[in-house]
Design a protein around this ligand. Sequence first.
Ligand code: ADP
Ligand code: MG
Length: 372
Amino acid sequence: MAIYFQFPFCHQVCKHNEDKTSTFAEILKFMEQKRTEVNELGEFGLIKHLTHSFENKNATSIKGVGDDAAIIDAGDDYLVVSTDLLMENIHFDLTYAPLKHVGYKAVVVNLSDIYSMNAIPQQITFSLAFSNRFSVEALEELYAGVKLACDHYNVDLVGGDTTSSLKGLLLSVTAIGRVPKSQVVYRNTAQVNDAICVTGDLGGAYLGLQLLEREKQVFLANPNMQPQFDNNTSLIKKLLKPEARKDIIEALAKADILPTSMMDISDGLSSELMHICAQSNVGCTIYEEQIPIFEDTYNQAIQFEIDPLNCALSGGDEYELLFTVHPDELEKVLDIEGVSHIGNVRPASVGKHIVTKGGNQYELKALGWTHF
Ligand code: ADP
Ligand code: MG
């Protein structure tokens, strides 16, 4: 690419005249340009738009953009690589998230993407940018959480990058894992009639967030107030200290079960199930009465006047696994503690539905977390 100059660059990115150096002529020029807002494409539309012209040039790049992690041929095994960016006040709020938990969670959410390819994570890199608001002691707290996660999940911290930011804390974690070639599980390989399974109990993290946000408002109005969480600490724990389902991946291997497709539930059950369906070109039917809802979700959802089912279907930040298995494997899968059978894969022409306890059938909607 030839080097080129164009001052100010600002008009390519800013909507209004935020840059005081912009001249009236520059603003007029900017107004003549076509400008597409990112939310017109949505997160996944944007990723597709920016990456569709990239073709893999190396035979070792087995799976690129589009799954929980990339798959790279490493001889006998596949290497599995996933990366995540966590921004203060977008992904975590230091008013109520202790730095040690933030460090722990930053690692766990990445490991979850490795497990969801049926792989075992072995290494992470951890990068951070921070403003002068953060002391050495604060960063030590963050790293205490990173260490706890590395020890708990048996992964090694093998690098990273450290830089300053003008405002706030930004974390980037890359996780690397391995899987025997025959054992890798993608999102786009669900088959009609497969059983749809989910691990754990859903909805808790969403309500944990609502509780923390409520108490934050109380605290901001009166900084002498301490939070009132009654008996709801389990919901808060779900949000602040999630775990990746290493145990499930180990149990599946032990039982000699290979899911036909799998992903983790970072953005909500229904939206993730719709990803599996879209990428596998299938439909699905799931049943309300079979969806595992986290125990404390019921009481708290009623207090917030929210339907507990919606918390389970649309609440993000769960890091449970959503997977499909051949119907012959279902009995064996249900022997694994913490696995629920929530429905079945159907032909794409049937569509994607949820059947309520009352027997009504509704089209499944992806109301999960979106970033834009
Ligand atoms: P997850 O929620 O499982 O972390 P994402 O929804 O963030 O996954 O990403 C979906 C897919 O898009 C992944 O394969 C990811 O690597 C890819 N992806 C996300 N952002 C970008 C980007 N800016 N450039 C290239 N690929 C991206
Ligand atoms: Mg994922």
